[in-house]
Write a protein that binds this ligand. Structure first.
Ligand code: ADP
Length: 295
C-alpha cells in the first residue's frame, strides 16, 4: 500500500506511522526525520534546511523534493510506503503525483488526522523522543518514570529523553499557522482525486489506530496478512527443501483430491459450487444468477 498521512504538527502522524510499519511491513518515509538526520550529519541539505526548521517555517520545496525522490527510489519502498509530513504544499503534492506516475506506483489512500488546536499544543509540549533510537513518547500519556524503565533497543540502556528544538511555544505557533496556510489546501486536492479519508484523531493511541485501520480498509488488512506470512516463512527454505522438511501428511495432496475437499468444505459452508466450468466459481447460496438467464 502507498499511503499519505496528512495532519497538523502533533496530530499523531509519526506515532501512527510507526504502528502501520509494524502492521503492514512497509517503511515510513518521514520528511521531518530525514531532514533532522541531514542536520545531525551536517550535510549540505541539513545546513540549508536548519534555519527554516528552527523558525517553524517550511524547507524549500526543491530541497525536500530531491530528498524524497532519492528516498522513494530505494528498493525497500517497492512494496509500499507511508509518507509522513510530505507532501506539505500543493507544489509538493503535484510533484509527488508526477513522480509516482513515472514510477507507475500511484497512491492508494490519503488519511487526514483531525485534532483540535488546544490538543495539538498540549501533545507537542509533552512530546519527547529517545536521543538514541528516535522513538517518540508523550509525557501526558506515559509518565517519564515508566518510559525510562524501558530499555532502548539501540543502546540496551534506558531511553534518553530529549525535546525537539522546534517544540517550543513560539515555533509551534508558527508551525500551526504554516499548516493552515500551506498544507490544509491538500485536503481538497486529494478529495478531488477520490483518495481522501478523514478520521477523528482525538482520543488514545489505540483508538486512533483502530479508526485508521478502518479507514484504510480491506487492502490494508490484506497487506498486513501478506507481511505477516512473509515473516513467518523461513527465509532459507525454498522449494524442495521446504517440502522435504514438512511431515508427509502436511504435503500437498494431488490436485483432484484438493478440489474435491475444497468443494465439500464450501458446500458445508453454504456456498454454491459451480463444477461446470474449468475454474470452480462460488456464489453465496441463494444469490446466484436467476435460472435461465444467459451468462
Ligand atoms: P511536525 O509534523 O511536528 O511539524 P516534522 O518532523 O514533520 O514535524 O517536521 C519538522 C520540520 O521539518 C517542519 O517544521 C519543517 O520545517 C520541516 N519539514 C518537514 N517536512 C517538510 C516538507 N514536506 N516540506 C518542507 N519542510 C518540511
Amino acid at each position: 500500500m502507498r499511503i499519505v498521512l496528512l495532519g497538523a504538527p502533533g496530530s499523531g502522524k509519526g506515532t501512527q506511522s510507526q504502528r502501520l510499519v509494524e502492521r503492514l511491513g512497509i517503511p515510513q518515509v518521514s520528511s521531518g526525520d530525514l531532514l533532522r538526520a541531514a542536520v545531525a550529519r551536517g550535510t549540505e541539505l541539513g545546513r540549508r534546511a536548519k534555519e527554516a526548521m528552527d523558525g517553524g517555517r517550511l524547507v524549500d520545496d526543491s530541497l525536500v523534493l530531491q530528498m524524497i525522490r532519492e528516498r522513494l527510489g530505494a528498493g525497500d519502498t517497492r512494496r509500499g510506503f507511508i509518507l509522513d509530513g510530505f507532501p506539505r504544499t500543493l507544489a509538493q503534492a503535484e510533484a509527488l503525483e508526477r513522480l509516482l506516475r513515472d514510477l507507475t506506483q500511484p497512491l492508494d489512500a490519503v488519511v487526514q488526522l483531525e485534532v483540535d488546536a488546544a490538543e495539538l499544543v498540549r501533545r507537542i509540549s509533552g512530546r519527547r523522543c529517545c536521543a538514541d533510537c528516535g522513538r517518540v513518547f508523550n509525557l501526558f500519556t506515559s509518565p517519564r518514570a515508566a518510559i525510562e524503565s524501558e530499555l532502548c533497543p539501540r543502546t540496551g540502556a534506558p531511553h534518553r529523553l530529549t525535546q525537539r528544538p522546534d517544540d517550543n511555544e513560539a515555533t509551534v505557533a508558527e508551525r500551526l499557522r504554516v499548516y493552515e496556510e500551506k498544507t490544509r489546501p491538500l485536503i481538497d486536492f486529494y478529495r478531488a482525486r477520490g483518495l481522501l479519508r478523514v478520521i477523528d484523531a482525538m482520543g488514545d493511541v489505540e483508538e486512533v489506530s483502530r479508526r485508521l485501520s478502518q479507514a484504510l480498509g480491506a487492502p490494508a488488512l490484506r497487506a498486513a496478512r501478506a507481511a505477516k506470512s512473509a515473516t513467518r516463512r523461513a527465509p532459507h527454505r525454498t522449494g524442495a527443501r521446504r517440502k522435504a522438511a514438512q511431515p508427509k501428511s502436511a504435503r500437498r495432496r494431488p490436485k483432484s483430491a484438493t478440489g474435491r475437499a475444497a468443494r465439500r468444505g464450501k458446500a458445508r459452508a453454504g456456498l454454491r459450487v459451480n463444477t461446470r466450468g474449468k475454474s470452480p466459481r462460488t456464489t453465496r447460496a441463494g444469490q446466484g444468477r436467476p435460472k435461465g438467464k444467459p451468462r
